[in-house]
Design a protein around this ligand. Structure first.
Ligand SMILES: NC(=O)c1ccc[n+]([C@@H]2O[C@H](COP(=O)([O-])OP(=O)(O)OC[C@H]3O[C@@H](n4cnc5c(N)ncnc54)[C@H](O)[C@@H]3O)[C@@H](O)[C@H]2O)c1
Length: 361
């Protein structure tokens, strides 16, 4: 088997924390080229990896003959142009979320990738959390019965620091909605199904962050009707003072079905809380070992911080789908579906109205 040759475009936070260690664990896979528009970030990544093929221009990297697959880990406004260039050059593409600035752009990427018969994947990283995988397994198996309510809440304390491109609407499209809630919209799709209509609010409570203008949302909430009749309540904030950040902050999903309820909390990667209808209440249920890693992934779940290392399975899923010539899970279509909901949430907040989603959403 010849090695799969990966190029990474964007060598910032998520590449260093997630993509590079993830691909390092994949058998017969090699990161062969790096791109970053910022020469200092590019040099840092070059030194860290020893990868010698580098460029500040993505066009020079994604078109190389010695590259099979491209990871896009740049600010949101660049995802579509980089993806189209890579797809046109016949490369498989793993793109960070949100995969585009809006649903139409995302759909264009998905259709182009399908037409070119390349593998495409959206980096909805939280799908790889063991407890979330076990929760979706329980829902699929009918343990919870008919799903009636989906509830997610993410509360972080990012204070008023400057968030760079993340707080500029023309570079990011949205703030907390795309940053954090996009993951939870994807999880809702996986567990419950498509959204039929929603009403939403977005709030910018820090128009200036550390002296720099912020025109994106710090807080977002969505009230949703799913097509199967279930209800959804989703909230996410960067301004929950004292709640800490990342996996140390509150990040919870609760699903209430006709037979049982289940609660997932991010910090508890290998347990869920489960309560049966009419029973005494929620009890802690350990996540079975078979869910500790993605099927086939070479990662040893006993190595490293499990609140971080689950993320590495994403690279394995991308590589495995390319090798076995099957669709990646989740693909660009899942990414586009989330953007349909995000677009509807923005429209709802602007118009102060409920918004109906198209049937494919
Ligand atoms: N899946 C997840 O859990 C997760 C977590 C964090 C970030 N993200 C996503 O990853 C993407 C990057 O986020 P980040 O936190 O790494 O940002 P970052 O700012 O740390 O890094 C982005 C890098 O892209 C570079 N860049 C900007 N424009 C470029 C261009 N045209 N060509 C090449 N390089 C360019 C920047 O110089 C920077 O080094 C975003 O879409 C974000 O939403 C996803």
């Amino acid at each position: 088997m010849s090695a799969l040759r990966v190029a990474i475009v964007g060598c910032g936070g998520i590449t260093l924390q997630n993509h590079l260690p993830g691909f390092a664990l994949c058998p017969d896979t090699c990161v062969v080229a790096l791109c970053d528009a910022d020469p200092a970030a590019l040099e840092r990544a070059r030194q860290q990896t020893g990868v010698v093929v580098t460029s500040t221009r993505f066009e020079e990297i994604v078109t190389r003959d010695d590259v099979d697959a491209v990871v896009i880990a740049t600010p949101n406004f660049t995802h579509a142009p980089v993806a189209h260039a890579a797809i046109a050059a016949g490369k498989h593409v793993l793109c960070e979320k949100p995969i585009a600035m809006n649903a139409a752009e995302a759909r264009g990427m998905a259709e182009a990738a399908d037409r070119a018969s390349v593998r495409h994947m959206t980096a909805f990283t939280y799908r790889f959390v063991p407890a979330m995988r076990y929760l979706s397994h329980l829902v699929r198996e009918g343990v919870l019965g008919d799903i009636r309510h989906y509830r997610s809440c993410r509360l972080q304390d990012w204070g008023t620091r400057n968030l760079g491109w993340r707080q500029v609407r023309k570079l990011a499209a949205t703030g907390e909605l795309g940053d954090m809630l996009s993951h939870r919209i994807d999880f809702a799709h996986l567990l419950v199904g498509p959204v039929q209509r929603l009403v939403a609010n977005l709030k910018n409570l820090t128009p200036v962050r550390d002296g720099h203008a912020n025109d994106t949302d710090d807080w977002v909430a969505i009230l949703a009707d799913f097509r199967n009749g279930a209800t959804g309540v989703l909230e996410s904030s960067k301004l929950a003072s004292g709640r800490n950040e990342s996996w140390r902050s509150l990040d919870t999903v609760e699903v209430n079905g006709s037979q049982a309820s289940a609660v997932f909390i991010t910090g508890k990667w290998n347990e869920l809380q489960l309560g049966r209808a009419g029973g005494p209440g929620l009890e802690i249920v350990p996540v079975p070992r078979e869910f500790w890693t993605w099927p086939g992934a070479p990662r040893d779940p006993g190595v490293g911080d499990p609140l971080v290392t689950f993320r590495y399975d994403q690279a394995f899923e991308f590589v495995d789908a390319i090798r076995t010539q099957r669709p990646c899970v989740p693909g660009f279509h899942e990414g586009a579906r989330v953007l349909l909901v995000m677009d509807a949430a923005v429209r709802s907040a602007e118009t102060r109205q409920w918004v109906e989603l198209p049937a494919e959403g």
